[in-house]
Design a binder for this molecule. Sequence first.
Ligand SMILES: [Ca+2]
Ligand SMILES: [Ca+2]
Length: 77
Amino acid sequence: MTDPDGSRSDIGANYFSYIILGDCNSDNTVNVIDIVNIIDGCILGDSLDSCSCGDMNSDNILNIVDIVLLVNIVLEI
Ligand SMILES: [Ca+2]
Ligand SMILES: [Ca+2]
């Protein structure tokens, strides 16, 4: 069994779920809505449950550095 993008195989029933880094509202695109969600929910709010999607540099901390990285991706800088 391989995952949806064919990059990994698995011997079990659970296949690798493909997650787009920064896509915090799970609509399969990364855009300004995700940035707003991360700022509102994770930086200004107290929602710590689903914020790992916004950890763009994978340092396990969600802060302005991750927002800048995400903005760069959205703006294709
Ligand atoms: Ca999204
Ligand atoms: Ca980070």
